[in-house]
Ligand binder design. Structure first.
Ligand SMILES: [Zn+2]
Length: 126
């Protein structure tokens, strides 16, 4: 389910995937001003697909496994970029955001390489 609301998001986030392993349904909350940002929504839908494969394991790995989180986020940023008319700008922005996640301990240029590795495996969307 997708909900458009400013109230269910912390100030630092524009979109969030609330995954609760015990519930049959998950929730994606998007700021209303970003309702038409398809690439951003595709990023969160990628996390939903990742979650659906592993459920509880996904949640714990995202919190405590640096490599798993890096690869999961890189895949999501690659998918996001693949839906953007300017995919390289999206990749660079994603790499910058990943480098700001303390637990990942990665530079923007290294994050960009990981995202591009995922991006290169995706189909071309026109
Ligand atoms: Zn993400």
């Amino acid at each position: 389910m997708i909900i458009y609301s400013d109230k269910l998001l912390p100030r630092c986030l524009n979109i969030f995937f609330y995954c609760i392993p015990g519930l049959p349904m998950s929730l994606i909350v998007v700021r209303p001003k970003l309702r038409d940002d398809r690439p951003l929504l595709e990023h969160e839908l990628t996390h939903k697909a990742q979650f659906d494969k592993q459920r509880w394991t996904y949640v714990f790995k995202m919190l405590f496994n640096r490599k798993f989180r890096m690869e999961s986020e890189a895949e999501a940023y690659a998918v996001e970029a693949s839906y953007d008319p300017d995919p390289i700008a999206r990749v660079k922005n994603g790499a910058l955001l990943l480098s700001q996640i303390t637990m990942l301990k990665i530079t923007p240029s290294d994050a960009e390489r990981v995202i591009m590795r995922h991006f290169s495996k995706l189909p071309v969307r026109t």
